[in-house]
Design a protein around this ligand. Structure first.
Ligand code: MLT
Length: 234
């Protein structure tokens, strides 16, 4: 298995994901939300770039709306980008349309991959299992507004760690090696490793510490949202 890690969606060269399975990561917090919603019975998740597009899709499909701008809930939306809001009573059997600043954009950037899956710390082992047997895996970190973020690189490293545990025949590109080594150095205390980083700090200042604690827990979920033929993740 060849594993490449893309530090941001902007580093995806044209065709880089052709024929491959892509795992998109926005550990804080969009892909953690997506895995949580799916674990709790969400009937399907559609990722769109713009707020108005999300509103129109939700009307068309009778779906709930989730996401953020500036890390805050969008006016008229049912959910913010806090994973703990996506409880079974609120999301089971319902479709969800999401738009976020970086996570949903990274998903759209990875659209050319043969398979697109959503990974995070919360479902790292399940995400690694889901791509078992693939010849090529591209892990796409969402980053923030085009910039590298340590949390996504660490989550990429967490998935690389699980892939390496499963098989010796894993070839890592330099970014995958770097992510893996960063994760190995940080896994004892992910919160401490991220304490001085930008997005972690922003969420802390907004009083979202509980979200951070949740999103940094490893392997608490078995769900791995995967894009289906109709474009929805299930
Ligand atoms: C995003 O997609 O940009 C993030 O999930 C932002 C956030 O944490 O709200």
């Amino acid at each position: 298995m060849d594993v490449r890690v893309f530090a941001t969606p902007d580093t995806l060269q044209k065709g880089a994901l052709d024929g491959k399975a892509a795992i998109v990561i926005d550990a804080l917090r969009m892909t953690s939300v997506a895995a949580t919603a799916m674990e709790h019975g969400c009937a399907g998740l559609l990722a769109v770039a713009e707020v108005e597009e999300a509103r129109a899709a939700a009307r068309q499909y009778g779906a709930l709306l989730g996401g953020e701008r500036g890390a805050l809930k969008i006016e008229g939306f049912d959910f913010s980008n806090t994973p703990q809001e996506y409880t079974r009573p609120r999301i089971a059997g319902r479709r969800l349309v999401m738009t976020t600043s970086n996570g949903t954009r990274a998903i759209l950037a990875a659209a050319g991959a043969r398979r697109v899956l959503l990974g995070a710390f919360v479902n790292a082992s399940a995400a690694a299992r889901a791509v078992d047997g693939e010849a090529g895996v591209g892990i796409v970190c969402a980053g923030t507004l085009g910039a590298f973020t340590l949390e996504d690189a660490l989550a990429a490293g967490a998935i690389v760690e699980r892939l390496c545990q499963k098989t010796r025949a894993v070839r890592l590109d330099d970014m995958a090696l770097a992510a893996h080594r960063l994760y190995r150095g940080a896994r004892g205390d992910l919160a401490a490793a991220l304490a001085e980083t930008e997005h972690y700090g922003r969420l802390t200042r907004l009083g979202l510490e509980a979200d951070l604690v949740y999103c940094l827990r490893e392997d608490i979920l078995g769900a791995v949202p995967e894009r289906q033929a109709d474009g929805w993740f299930r």
